[in-house]
Design a protein around this ligand. Sequence first.
Ligand SMILES: Cc1cc2nc3c(=O)[nH]c(=O)nc-3n(C[C@H](O)[C@H](O)[C@H](O)COP(=O)(O)OP(=O)(O)OC[C@H]3O[C@@H](n4cnc5c(N)ncnc54)[C@H](O)[C@@H]3O)c2cc1C
Length: 569
Amino acid sequence: MTSTGKIPKVDQTTSYDVLVVGAGLAGLRAALAVDPALKCVVLSKVYPVRSHSVAAQGGINAALDPEDRWQDHAYDTIKGSDYLADQDAAAFLCQDAARAVCEMEHWGTLFSRRPDGRIAQRSFGGQGYPRACYAADKTGRALYQTLFERAVAQSIAVFEEFFVVSLVVAEGRVAGVLAIEIASGRLVAIPARAVIFATGGAGMMYARTTNPYIATGDGLAIAYRAGVPLKDMEFIQFHPTTLPGMNVLITEGARGEGGYLLNAEHDRFMVRYAPKLMEVAPRDIVSRAIETEILEGRGFADGSVHLDLRHLGEDLIRHRLSEIYDFAITYRGINPVHDPIPVQPGQHYIMGGIATGVEGQTTLPGFYAAGECAAVSVHGANRLGANSLLDTLVFGRQAGLAATRFCREESKAPPIPEAGWEEWQDRLATLRARRAPLRYGPIRARLRTTMTENVGTFRDRRRLQAARGVLAALRDAYQHAGVMDGGEVFNYDLLAFLETGFLLDLASTVVEGALVREESRGAHWRNDFPARNDDQFLKHFLYTWSADGPVVGEAPVAITHYAPKPRTY
Ligand SMILES: Cc1cc2nc3c(=O)[nH]c(=O)nc-3n(C[C@H](O)[C@H](O)[C@H](O)COP(=O)(O)OP(=O)(O)OC[C@H]3O[C@@H](n4cnc5c(N)ncnc54)[C@H](O)[C@@H]3O)c2cc1C
């Protein structure tokens, strides 16, 4: 692996062609697209089926019906993005959607059906046609099972419970990754000619989130630290309907099936915010509507409004919304057949991510990204529901194909420099030995409440500057904090410490982006600049790492199909 052989080998393989980090839908789809003649491996910090993709509920969009067209799906996606999506990329996503869904169907995904046997489709937010294909409200699980079985059948190598800490760059291109083998605590280097990140979201930055504990934005922060720019980080999606308390998601499919939102005055308030689409308006609009009702005193005492499904009937609720039926009973003791479900907005998705093109390519040769960690950008300022699962399949495949082409064209990867490995080895040894009274827990907790309170649905300069101040103090505290577990084996304390560092880096890109974008667009709402300002801000912001915090750059938005218009629903 290296001349002196100091770095431990992970297995007998000296080098991989394509290394995929992340075993969610994007990672598995990427690996399945890699030419089987190449040596490919997938790394995941958790057992693969714990990837968040498995939790996806409501659906995946594709214009399948003869009356529907991919161009209409593209228009809805671009309008939903508040015109910040790169329109050529959004068109690619929507044009490829029917192929992607039919491919999953042929590979064995058990979609729900219409009486005539065709794949069932339901309404979703901001869509002009019911085009979300679904498997009850467990769509992610159905899709994942298909890809996982296929990956097993094709003997795709998966290194489970390997925690990637760093991207190795040598001779101006990617050369592999450094990762902690969680079971032993060893720091290993895994050389590869091409690396694809499919590491998912960063919801743990927020106190109220539908995301799992593992959604700590590792891939974004690792790419950012390696000099690859992040894009559109100020755009964070808040899902309108999560259960107060744990913020477990109640799928938009519940409103797609006809659920009503009611305030404490029993008023279907969406009529005042989106008179045409009502409850199935895009998420940014519904979340702000709910927050406004609560802030103006028309919510319930627990900071919620009600989602009423009772008129849909027991049969529909128990069969097409079976998971949320269980969730409401398990987590709130509420049977949605008989009582409305309390809901409040919670962080759900990051529109921003590692800046990529439609082939998943980044500014670093040989390095690709796909899925939630990437910003292609097809979602722009606001992602439409059921477009993310589609994004993972379409752009995961694109990244796998592009990495294959890269391997055909480029020579062997340069060797992994020993110095970078030693630096990380020293850093981890120092951390394990450091006994400081402050641990990651209070730092992460403060970060999460600060982001929820100051960088949430409604933002303004004062609150964003307050968040900037808190973040600076937290970064300082982090430098002096330590771990309680100094051991090697399964040291989750150390991993959580490293994840907290990733979250702190990412939070500063969100806050700086939210400060510099003095307009309201999609999910980014500034009370002090409540209008969209295309003259000044119809552009992407890019964030490049520096020791003093993110350096903000710009990139144009590709307007290839539809001129920006006012966005009403
Ligand atoms: C509750 C919920 C419901 C949703 N429902 C829908 C829906 O109905 N429709 C829709 O379109 N979208 C939905 N979404 C969004 C969508 O599910 C996600 O955006 C998408 O599945 C992300 O897939 P991914 O492959 O990018 O990442 P993930 O599935 O999150 O996988 C990330 C992978 O990266 C690995 N990883 C991360 N960091 C490291 C590291 N440091 N080292 C090694 N491995 C690492 C993890 O182990 C994991 O395997 C939902 C999201 C949530 C939270």
